[in-house]
Design a protein. Structure first.
Length: 137
């Protein structure tokens, strides 16, 4: 979890420090530091994209919040998650309804442009489990 503390630095002292240069020298261009007085990053929701790819309909379970459905593939949804839940609690499991020996099912959890988990299952009624505590085979 990311915690941000409020800064007691006043705007006047920031301007005073930023405008000071050595004796006889012009002040250097200051670096801008914005006090995190009103930000609460630990509570900011993070959009997490969940995807299932496959050869036909799939039984899909995901969360939080817990949801279960049967849907055509490709399937995608976006959930809002807390920073700690993205890695530890976001789950996605998909099972193909196909009985074909060459059936495939893939699950993927993405944040921004970064894929956190992607797994593929093969065979009749194959399962792809993108739960963070499940190790890849």
């Amino acid at each position: 979890m990311i915690a941000v503390r409020r800064s007691r630095l006043s705007l006047a002292s920031l301007v005073l420090v930023a405008g000071c240069g050595a004796a006889g020298e012009p002040a250097a261009t200051p670096s801008v530091v914005i006090p995190a007085a009103s930000f609460r990053l630990e509570n900011a929701p993070i959009p997490v994209q969940l995807e299932v790819l496959g050869d036909g309909p799939a039984q899909i379970t995901y969360g939080p919040p817990a949801a279960r459905l049967t849907a055509a593939t490709p399937w995608t949804t976006t959930i809002d998650s807390s920073p700690s839940d993205v890695v530890l609690a976001t789950t996605l499991t998909a099972r193909t309804t196909s009985t074909s020996a060459d059936a495939t099912i893939t699950c993927r959890i993405t944040v921004g442009r970064t894929t956190l988990l992607e797994r593929t299952g093969r065979g009749p009624h194959a399962i792809a489990d993108c739960s963070p505590l499940v190790t890849a085979p």
